[in-house]
Design a protein around this ligand. Structure first.
Ligand SMILES: [Zn+2]
Length: 315
């Protein structure tokens, strides 16, 4: 048996599998559509297919791979390797994914949350290389997160630590999908960016996006901003300030060595990071930010694969 571990990034759209060496390098990879609408059994079979394709490309037999780590969206029963619920995988309730994979591949398997494993990958070989603690904010439709302490994922009492998107930042703010009001992700997520932009347009602000009615995305805002649209730039800067506010709250509590951000909006670069860092500077105690690296994630496409494999290596 080798020290190679398979890592799987299970997404609502794609399954990304890779073989990961003990130094964090991806030796071989294979990607398949998830086809989640075909049901959990079919998805499990496709995960195994993707892993087998990797082994075949690398000229390895199943027995030469130590095991399989999987990062899955949603709420996970870590002890039993069960996906309890996942908004990205319609109809998934109490899916014993670990057992399904183990039965098919005849290799041990470990299951964890996708944002958690991404944070672990960043701490290991990404933005947090050389550091033992890192908090990752994953920016998308909502905001997820993962907390790594002493080189391991912090799961918390019931396995749901790192839900940074649902810290309350405004007691009377807009409703959040979670049932609360004024959650951080209502403001700083891609959804929040679009909502704030629509509000600005309705209040009479003129932007290149006005002509599109309500039909634009956070990516469109990003592109408009980079093309010189002033209201779009202001939207990105406000997003940066909200992210800095969220980061400050976390830094006071966790005091990690690294705070990293991943997701499409990071394409805005300094336009986002400048106001973000300014906000952190303004809002944190000096001791909370001293020598803390606030930065973009470095493994946008591979964090899921690498982190899932790392998770298995550490089990
Ligand atoms: Zn919420």
């Amino acid at each position: 048996m080798t020290d190679i571990v398979a890592g799987v990034d299970l997404g609502g759209t794609n399954i990304k599998a890779g073989l990961v060496a003990p130094d964090g390098k991806i030796i071989e990879r294979h990607e398949l559509r998830t086809l989640a609408e075909r049901g959990a059994q079919a998805v499990a079979a496709r995960i195994c297919q993707a892993v087998r394709e990797c082994m075949q490309k690398a000229g390895l037999s199943a027995s030469s791979v130590r095991g399989v780590g999987i990062g899955s969206p949603g709420t996970i029963d870590l002890e039993n390797g069960v996906v309890l619920f996942s908004p990205n995988l319609p109809g998934w309730r109490n899916i014993p994914l670990r057992r399904m994979i183990e039965d098919d591949l005849c290799r041990p398997c470990l299951l964890d949350n996708d944002a958690n494993v991404a944070a672990l990958a960043e701490q290991w070989v990404g933005a947090g290389r050389g550091a033992s603690s890192l908090v990752l904010f994953t920016l998308g439709t909502g905001i997820g997160g993962g907390i790594v302490l002493d080189g391991r994922i912090w799961h918390g009492a019931t396995g749901v630590a790192g839900e940074v998107g649902h810290m309350s930042i405004n007691p009377d703010g807009p409703a959040c999908a979670c049932g609360n009001r004024g959650c951080f992700e209502v403001y700083a997520s891609a959804t929040g960016m679009v909502r704030r932009m629509r509000e600005a347009i309705r209040s009479g602000v003129r932007t290149s996006l006005s002509a599109r009615g309500d039909e634009f995305t956070a990516r469109d805002i990003n592109e408009a901003a980079l093309a010189g649209d002033e209201p779009a730039r202001q939207n990105i800067e406000a997003t940066g300030r909200y992210l800095g506010l969220g980061a400050s709250n976390i830094m006071h509590i966790v005091n990690p060595e690294v705070v990293a951000f991943s997701g499409g909006v990071t394409a805005a670069g300094d336009m986002l990071m400048g106001p973000l860092r300014d906000e952190v500077q303004k809002r944190t105690l000096e001791a909370s930010r001293q020598n803390v690296k606030v930065c973009f994630a470095e493994l946008p496409n591979d964090a899921g694969i690498i982190g899932a494999a790392r998770c298995f290596m550490l089990r």
